[in-house]
Design a protein around this ligand. Structure first.
Ligand SMILES: [Zn+2]
Length: 188
């Protein structure tokens, strides 16, 4: 299930499409192959550090199929941070390795779902060698991030493609089931 529920992490919660915590030393993470691991860190109103780890495949990034309005998981995560007293421009953020536009061939229903987002730009869609559409999921999330008021100077993303770099990374689309990447974040 790749949906948009974001829950506060505790010692016992290990699964979620999005996890957040303000507990120092509680390491939260997510396991991904081709989806985008999104990490956020910033202070709350009283200065308490807050961190979140979100799992953004195309469904998570668009919010497609989620019964609750509010857009994709990044929009929900930043909205939650605001609710807790955070200022989006204070967030340090990073998108980890994922299947990038060079290899992310998608159906038109995926493009249609992404188009529902106010930050969508047609340049995020390109045409691959098979004439099917390719989606720039990193670019799509970045457009949302900037739309949400995140600071481009605080972007620590790693734009490596999981399909292009079998020497470094696991990929589901390459047909392997051997492993996944982990994205971790922790308040030190
Ligand atoms: Zn690639």
């Amino acid at each position: 299930m790749h949906r948009c529920s974001i829950v506060e992490a505790s010692e016992s919660v290990v699964e979620g499409d999005g996890l957040w915590t303000t507990s120092p030393g509680l390491r939260i993470g997510l396991r991904v192959a081709d989806c985008v691991p999104v990490l956020l860190a910033g202070p709350l109103m009283d200065g308490t550090p807050w961190v979140a780890a979100l799992h953004a495949g195309w469904r998570g990034a668009t919010g497609h199929g989620d019964p609750k309005p509010g857009g994709g998981i990044l929009r929900r995560g930043v909205a939650l941070y605001r609710t807790l007293g955070g200022v989006p421009g204070d967030l340090v953020w990073a998108f980890g390795p994922a299947i990038l536009a060079c290899h992310f061939e998608v159906g038109e229903e995926v493009i249609e779902a992404a188009r529902q987002d106010p930050a969508w730009q047609e340049s995020l869609r390109t045409q691959g060698p098979s004439t099917r559409s390719h989606l720039d999921l990193h670019g799509f999330l970045r457009a949302q991030a900037l739309d949400l008021g995140l600071d481009s100077a605080r972007d620590g993303s790693v734009a490596l493609c999981t399909v292009c770099r079998p020497d470094l990374l696991y990929s589901y689309r390459r047909g392997e089931t051997t492993g996944r990447q982990w994205g971790w974040i922790e308040i030190g």
